[in-house]
Design a protein around this ligand. Structure first.
Ligand code: FES
Ligand code: ZN
Length: 238
């Protein structure tokens, strides 16, 4: 909501996107805040319901052996791109902040996920059906973003998603926040240093994309992760 507000203020032609994940009261509260913001600002909004794809996050949580938040993250990335591409949008902007980016970098480093280290950054260029992605708030901490929302009178859901309790990415975030508290500037140095000096050391992204046999969206394997997940959920419920 903070990003949407900033972009509107700066005069960009934007449309909001909300993905209703079907997480009971949490999703209801989130959707209600987003719809209220859209009405108050007279700003266009698209709502996508995950249930229409045949499953919801609580169903994922019951059936997936992976951490729910990471599966949910992949589902959201896929849907955001599909909606942006189908809608003819040129850029997909998300509200990731410095805490998000730095904790993701830490996670990628701790697991030496080279492909992610080669591609992580605030601007990802368009490629085929992959719409250009930008993260304009990447220099601001979560605290600063929240302060902006507060000062602008933006009503948002303060509590974290119920499934994020104990999630690995939250532990990394908490760890980095403690570091930032003890040594101010750590987060920005860590992330900006990576963009300026570190990233190039990991080389170029060599992966080649093909079209998913089911949905036609870019993937590195014949059937994309989203379609495989969808099929697995449908098999289990049938
Ligand atoms: Fe996706 Fe919590 S599991 S928002
Ligand atoms: Zn697919």
């Amino acid at each position: 909501l903070a990003l949407w507000d900033v972009l509107l203020e700066l005069g960009y032609q934007v449309e909001g996107l909300h993905i209703d994940l079907g997480i009971g009261g949490y999703s209801e509260a989130s959707r209600q805040r987003v719809e209220a913001f859209s009405q108050r600002r007279g700003a266009a909004l698209r709502v996508v319901e995950l249930a229409r794809e045949g499953f919801t996050v609580p169903e994922l949580a019951r059936r997936s052996s992976r951490e729910v938040c990471s599966v949910c993250g992949s589902v959201k990335r896929y849907l955001m791109n599909r909606v942006a591409h189908e809608g003819g949008f040129t850029v997909l902007a998300t509200g990731h902040n410095l805490d998000d980016e730095a904790s993701r970098l830490l996670a990628n480093l701790l697991r030496w996920q080279l492909w992610y280290l080669r591609t992580q950054g605030p601007v990802l260029p368009a490629e085929g059906k992959l719409v250009k992605r930008v993260r304009p708030l990447f220099r601001l901490t979560e605290y600063e973003t929240a302060a902006y929302a507060f000062l602008r009178g933006i009503d948002y859901v303060v509590q974290e998603c119920p499934y994020s309790r104990g999630a690995t990415f939250l532990r990394y975030k908490q760890l980095l926040r403690r570091l930032e508290h003890d040594v101010p500037g750590t987060l920005l140095n860590f992330y900006q240093g990576f963009l300026k000096e570190g990233k190039a050391c990991f080389g170029q992204d060599q992966r080649s994309y093909m079209e998913c046999e089911r949905c036609g969206y870019p993937t590195t394997v014949p059937v994309c992760g989203f379609c495989r997940l969808k099929e697995a959920m449908q098999c289990g419920s049938g």
